[in-house]
Design a binder for this molecule. Structure first.
Ligand code: AMP
Length: 116
């Protein structure tokens, strides 16, 4: 067994973080290093999928649930418009290998349009 991911540790309450939304399969937190006025992470509770390609192949319904929750949160926390970013692979900036979506919204400037 590999070490639990940082997101599993947050879900288990081992690392303090505000869980701002939760469904039976997903939870959402604020990114600790925001790159946009609103920068949230939508994360499956299962750590089974390393990245979005594994998730799409293994459970496309759960991927659709991520999109739906991102949409709901963008409406709650901003004007409803948002960027959805899945960094996939270390060379693309992925640092946590427990699939998660970055939801960025709220007055996106050029810098945040290129971030994630
Ligand atoms: P990625 O680089 O795409 O794997 O995204 C991982 C994200 O998790 C980064 O944007 C980090 O800022 C964020 N992150 C890491 N640790 C925490 C934490 N304890 N609470 C909230 N966000 C975190």
């Amino acid at each position: 067994m590999s070490e639990p991911s940082i997101f599993t540790r947050i879900l288990d309450g081992e690392i303090p973080s505000d869980i701002i939304a939760e469904t039976p399969t997903l939870f959402a937190i604020r990114d600790i290093a925001p790159k946009a006025p609103v920068h949230l992470l939508v994360i499956p509770k299962t750590a089974q999928y390393r990245d979005v390609t594994e998730l799409a192949a293994g459970d496309p319904g759960l991927l659709a649930e991520i999109v739906e929750l991102a949409n709901t949160l963008a409406a709650e926390h901003s004007d409803g418009d948002f960027r959805l970013v899945f960094n996939t692979g270390a060379n693309a900036g992925q640092t946590v290998f427990h699939v998660h979506a970055h939801v960025m919204a709220g007055g996106l400037d050029e810098k945040s349009m290129n971030a994630g």
